[in-house]
Design a protein around this ligand. Structure first.
Ligand code: BYC
Length: 350
């Protein structure tokens, strides 16, 4: 743990915000010193616990429990793979976008997703695993990617629905990850969320245009929302009662909110936006609950989610076949880059 994130207006050396941060840092430094000087594993654990309790960041050079490291590699790698596989359903529409402007926007969005994958692989590498190992784990099925990318994009309106709903769900899920306890992941998420927010708006704008177009365009937009609604709700994962990692992940402040809390937040956000779009959310059970100050809604089919996660979704095979092909066709690029890097190292400075 190192570095101050900010110096706020009420910063000061005593009672101000910065003073409190300094006091927390001093306590953490003392705990770290005890761990190092005495070589005591319990003291290292104390230091780790104190960093988490003080809402500070764990950095790559800090000691961390093995399970924390493994859990982060699992989540960050799964997230990175999702960004890379997530390029496929939209990528297939770049040549079919209805205008040059739409093509350019979609191309930029898909490129952003490649960038997100790369920041996330880089964040995972700080935990001592290489990108090549992570890619191998995706290709041989030991690691997953998000269920959502196993659904097909049938019409241009699907690109709007992905932007509005899928990127919208991604933002709701990922904004809290900007405060995740692992520094490199939290920092990668800040830029990713800024870009996701543009992505969501471009999808919203596509649907807005279609919804106010001809009757056929309006129907195409509604059909896309009908098909993407429940898979988007399922992106948040199984219900809290069945979530295997949530409790530990929240104790370590990797996750800040439970799957169900984020799902609820997403539904509440979408209801108002659907009204502006003039589109209907395909859930007859959707209604405002005055007592809970939130919407009641029909949960997605979690059996379907589990089937899709296990490989039995409409497009799992196609997505993985495409990824394997792209990986083997890219072998010469990786070899050329490695040969060039080796040559650069041989160059003796004059
Ligand atoms: N799909 O204990 P749980 C994007 C798995 S990228 C597949 O609740 P956790 C975007 C889970 O891994 C979208 N698997 O897990 C990109 C676990 O299995 P394992 C990706 C899922 O980790 C391009 C098991 O079910 N976003 O948005 O506490 C274009 C039990 O679940 C899913 C991220 O990766 C699922 N939907 O919570 C546009 C965000 N749900 O690993 C958009 C970061 C659950 O034990 N990740 N599983 O075999 C997270 O926030 C969390 O990992 C999750 C799951 C909320 C996804």
């Amino acid at each position: 743990m190192y570095g101050n994130d900010f110096a706020g207006p009420d910063a000061g050396s005593d009672g101000g915000l910065l003073g409190q941060v300094e006091a927390a840092e001093a306590a953490l430094r003392a705990a770290a010193l005890r761990g190092r000087v005495e070589g005591d594993p319990a003291a290292l654990q104390d230091y780790f616990d104190a960093v988490i309790a003080a809402d500070q960041k764990i950095e790559p050079r800090d000691w961390m429990p093995d399970a924390y490291r493994r859990g982060l590699v699992r989540q960050i790698a799964q997230h990175a793979h999702s960004e890379i596989i997530g390029m496929q359903p939209e990528g297939s529409w770049i040549t079919r976008a209805p205008s040059l402007k739409r093509k350019a926007i979609l191309l930029a969005k898909v490129q952003d997703e490649a960038g997100h994958g790369l920041y996330l692989y880089a964040a995972a590498e700080t935990l001592g695993v290489s990108r090549a190992e992570l890619v191998d784990m995706l290709l041989d099925g030991r690691q997953k990617y998000s269920s959502i990318f196993n659904y097909p994009t049938l019409t241009w309106a699907d690109i709007g629905a992905i932007g509005w709903l899928v990127d919208g769900a991604a933002i709701v899920n990922q904004v809290p990850l900007c405060r995740c306890s692992y520094g490199p992941y939290a920092r990668a998420m800040i830029r990713i969320c800024k870009e996701e927010s543009f992505h969501q708006r471009q999808g919203y704008e596509i649907l807005h245009t279609l919804s106010r177009g001809t009757q056929a365009q309006h129907e195409m937009a509604q059909d896309a929302v009908d098909r993407w609604w429940y898979p988007s709700l399922a992106m948040f994962g199984p219900p809290d009662t069945d979530s295997t990692h949530s409790a530990q992940s929240m104790a370590w402040k990797i996750k800040r909110f439970s799957n169900d809390d984020l799902r609820q937040r997403f539904v509440d956000m979408c209801v108002q936006q659907a009204g502006v779009l003039g589109l209907r959310i395909p859930d007859p059970g959707l209604r405002w609950n005055e007592e809970r100050q939130a919407h009641d809604f029909t949960a997605p089919d979690y059996d379907e989610l589990m089937r899709v996660i296990k490989g039995d979704g409409p497009c799992n095979e196609e997505r993985m076949a495409h990824r394997r092909r792209a990986h083997s066709e890219g072998a010469w690029v990786r070899e050329a880059a490695a040969a060039y890097a080796a040559k650069q190292q041989e160059v003796v400075p004059a």
